[in-house]
Design a protein around this ligand. Sequence first.
Ligand code: C5P
Length: 239
Amino acid sequence: MTAERPTAAIVPAAGRGERLGPGAPKALRLLGGAPLLVHAVRALSASHAIDLIIVAAPIDQLDLIRNLLDQPDLSTEIEVVAGGESRQESVALALLSLSPDIEFVLVHDAARPLVPAELVASVAAAVHAGNPAVVPGLPVVETVKQVDSDDHVLATIDRRPLRAIQTPQGFTRAVLQSAHALTDPHKSSATDDAGLVELSGQQVLVIPGHEEAFKVTRPIDLVLAEALLARRRASGIVS
Ligand code: C5P
């Protein structure tokens, strides 16, 4: 436990997951027999870096999700609150439920179920070490081109300084709260919390991400996640 550095994790889990195809809200889609959200919460809990987990859930699924997360192996305290219309609003609503003693906040997508607990611990360690905003990122492997509205290429972007950013993203509570307070969720186009923090003028540090922290967005991502989970289970890593 981290009694001297009280740290919460916010898990936005209120998305519909339309790009995954018809079905349950994304966080409740099954992976190896358990919802994506349960895998993500297990990883946060297994990191031993988190004292409190706040899940922002679809408003019509609050009791269902409370029951799903009521499991003996999840020893970390968990709260479930109603999420909003956008990811940003879901995080902002969860921030309102933070107890006053929390000093650090990690935000982790429910849609990244197989994040290694070690990555969660690394982000927490970097923020505890004095970096006010920390995100995991990986080099971009594809060639990246900018196109016009007719899909004609305008430019090829040098990918070497680019990073594909993952979660968990770690912040001091003050930095995250003031970034959210500065931005109207109905007008902002930020797709992650670090984006809001950047707009507030605060520097953000990128640390090495992990391939297994990928986001389940399209049907192929679920196929990959099932294969990875089966490999972990075959090698005795329970999840
Ligand atoms: O849509 P996308 O896959 O980028 O969503 C990232 C995360 O944000 C997911 O875990 C999703 O459940 C969450 N989300 C949310 N509230 C929304 C939309 C997305 O909590 N209104």
